[in-house]
Design a protein around this ligand. Structure first.
Ligand SMILES: [Fe+2]
Length: 299
């Protein structure tokens, strides 16, 4: 596990960064490698989120150009939307230059703004950011594709402090069976499991609010919480800490790289769903590792 520092962007020679990311490393740009005006950062930092007007984070949905998770007066919410749109577009353009092999096949997911201090947040266990975990989205199953996220620390002075641990292949080898991998894979591949999944897909196609989840998505969702609740893992897994300075941007697969955020305030983030077939080494995809461990197909 390592942090791969890219001091100046663009680089003089094109580099294929996929193997670094897929091995569970973090691409680290010490200063913001794309244009994002100071005025926009200032506006974001100065929004007053006191009084419970915010959900966990503020989310921006590029596909529908919508902001969710926050209630603000109309003029402020319009400006917020414009700034998050601007950030999202700048990150997409930049990331397509860094990782051109992924870009033609990725699915653009949500962007988010994380305005609250992470230290001492009072959140339920499954939402806590300070416990080491792999990411999985309850409402957006990936069917074996991967979650890649680009973060930017926009705090003027404070670092954003992360802990990461060994990549998914090592953590899964140690804990996936105990987390119930065999049972979840078998259940999904059984006759009744297949009928249930087909029915969920049918209901979704009819417009009902149902989320059909593959065995992979069910496991990953469960594993996210399993790791957070596993005292042995939290205590004994090797910990590599990194304090991302103000202005830094970093890219990583947050399903391959178990991570936690101990402190920091005011971060922006854009998520990409990376197609498994566009990986340099598809054997590093969590789904490939899980299928190898349980001997069953998981989508
Ligand atoms: Fe996370």
């Amino acid at each position: 596990m390592q942090f791969v520092t890219i001091d100046s962007w663009p680089t003089t020679k094109p580099v294929d960064y996929r193997p670094e990311l897929e091995d569970g490393n973090v691409l680290f740009f010490p200063s913001t490698p794309f244009a994002f005006p100071e005025k926009s950062k200032e506006f974001l930092r100065n929004i007053n989120f006191a009084g419970g007007s915010i959900h966990k984070n503020v989310a921006y949905r590029p596909a529908s150009d919508r902001v969710t998770g926050v209630e603000l007066e109309a003029s402020k919410s319009e400006r917020l939307r414009a700034i998050l749109r601007e950030y999202s577009q700048a990150v997409v353009q930049f990331t397509a230059q860094v990782l051109p092999q992924y870009a033609p096949y990725w699915k653009l997911d949500y962007a988010s703004f994380r305005p609250l201090e992470e230290e001492n947040r009072h959140l339920p266990v499954n939402k806590r950011n300070d416990l080491i975990h792999t990411d999985a989205f309850p409402s957006r199953p990936t069917n074996g594709d991967l979650i890649m996220r680009v973060f930017t620390n926009i705090h003027p002075t404070k670092t954003r402090n992360w802990i990461i641990t060994d990549p998914f292949c090592i953590v899964a080898e140690r804990y996936a069976r105990d987390a119930g991998l065999g049972k979840i894979a078998e259940g999904a591949n059984s006759g009744s499991g297949r009928i249930l999944h087909s029915s969920a897909r049918l209901l979704k196609s009819m417009g009902l609010p149902v989320v059909p989840r593959s065995a992979y998505d069910r496991f990953m969702l469960h594993f996210h919480e399993y790791l957070k609740r596993n005292g042995d893992f939290q205590k004994n897994t090797p910990k590599y800490s990194f304090n991302f300075p103000p202005g830094a941007t970093w890219i990583t697969f947050t399903d391959i790289v178990p991570h936690s955020v101990l402190s920091g305030q005011h971060a922006l983030e854009q998520t990409f769903i990376i197609a498994r077939h566009s990986m340099a080494n598809p054997a590093n995809a969590p789904i490939a590792i899980l299928e190898q461990l349980c001997g069953e197909p998981m989508v």
